[in-house]
Design a protein around this ligand. Structure first.
Ligand code: SF4
Length: 351
């Protein structure tokens, strides 16, 4: 971007810039960032204080993009939080909670604190509280309302919405929750350097594992091709993470990758069906917060079923349908989605 335009950008409101950039949240739901920020600002007209929460929980297996960002671009993340704090009003933001996955806390806390020691971030540093996700904390703690419960010292389970956190979040105050990648991108927007690229984790049976930053408009095939990861053997992929991601065959890769932050490649001929099913089911059974019977008992029973050589397929399907129809949150609903996509797209079986 030319220097002149960058100077002009500096004078403009960050909300205008984010709106113009069309930035959407990078946590999976793709909610427009400007809309979320505006909702918190609106709520603050009748409330005294608000909170900001940086979600760095990243618990989905196969997704490591926030780790990559924290390692390589901590200043952009902090600057994004700084811009949010300025926009909502330094006096109005009571505290900023920076929630980190346990291993990210160990690896990246020091460099985040180093960035905060800069003069520019002096007032921000006084109100940021870093908090780590302990090793045994559930995957669900990355869900924004479950995370708010955790920060309040309550049971880690999702809240009923509405009310939404923007209006009634942490300690009932308006709360802005965005993830690490979103704050990183906000910073790029503020600096006039945003180019609508996304971070993608590539894993599994590939030549080049890692995190890559590529345009958000690519297809799944483009991402694999541009990272030199198109396999030369029969394969299938899981897109969006190794737990809740959709499973697609190699003829379905023309789809836009959009907000799926990860691709895992599997060798079609050497992937054991029961091992893969057990991997998914055990993960969800271990991560269920236990709030709903269909999820708490259903995931456990499904995991037990696939251990049997010839399990009752009707019971298996019924349990999945129950999970899809009566789970309270996305964790319970995403398991049937993953398994059904595997059966339909890879095993070519109805379920
Ligand atoms: S679906 Fe599972 S994880 Fe979600 S609230 Fe119910 S029990 Fe908890």
């Amino acid at each position: 971007m030319p220097k002149k335009l960058r100077k002009k950008n500096k004078r403009r409101n960050i909300l205008e810039l984010i709106t113009e950039a069309g930035l959407v949240g990078r946590g999976g739901a793709s909610f427009p960032v400007a809309k979320k920020w505006k909702l918190v600002k609106e709520a603050l007209k009748t409330r005294k204080v608000a909170y900001i929460v940086v979600n760095g929980a990243e618990g989905e297996p196969g997704v490591e993009k926030d780790a990559y960002i924290l390692k390589n671009y901590p200043e952009e993340v902090i600057n994004g939080v700084y811009l949010a704090n300025q926009f909502l009003g330094n006096q109005k933001i009571k505290k900023i909670y920076f929630f980190l996955n346990h291993s990210y806390w160990e690896k990246y806390l020091v460099q985040l604190q180093k960035v905060l020691s800069q003069r520019k971030y002096q007032s921000l540093a006084k109100k940021i509280i870093f908090t780590a996700k302990s090793k045994d904390l559930l995957y669900i703690s990355g869900e924004e309302t479950a995370l708010l419960n955790y920060l309040e010292g309550r049971k880690i389970e999702p809240r009923l919405k509405p009310p939404y956190p923007t209006e009634q979040g942490l300690f009932n105050a308006p709360t802005l929750v965005n993830n690490v990648e979103t704050f990183h991108d906000v910073s790029l927007v503020g600096r006039g350097k945003f180019d609508d690229k996304r971070f993608y984790s590539i894993n599994g049976a590939v030549r080049q594992r890692g995190v890559f930053r590529l345009p958000a408009t690519l297809t799944i095939e483009d991402v694999l091709r541009q990272t030199d990861n198109i396999p030369d053997f029969p394969f299938f992929v899981q897109v969006g993470g190794e737990a809740a991601g959709e499973v697609l065959n190699s003829d379905q890769l023309e789809r836009p990758i959009e907000d799926a932050g990860a691709i895992t490649v599997y060798d079609l001929e050497h992937t054991d069906k029961n091992k893969l099913l057990s991997h998914w089911l055990n993960f969800f059974a271990a991560q269920s917060c236990g709030n709903c019977v269909t999820c708490r008992e259903g995931t456990y029973r499904l995991a037990e079923l696939v251990k049997q050589k010839n399990h009752d397929q009707k019971v298996f399907t019924d349990l999945l349908t129950n999970l899809a129809e009566s789970s309270f949150c996305a964790l319970g609903r995403s398991l049937p989605f993953t398994i059904k996509s595997y059966y339909i797209n890879i095993l070519k079986k109805k379920i």
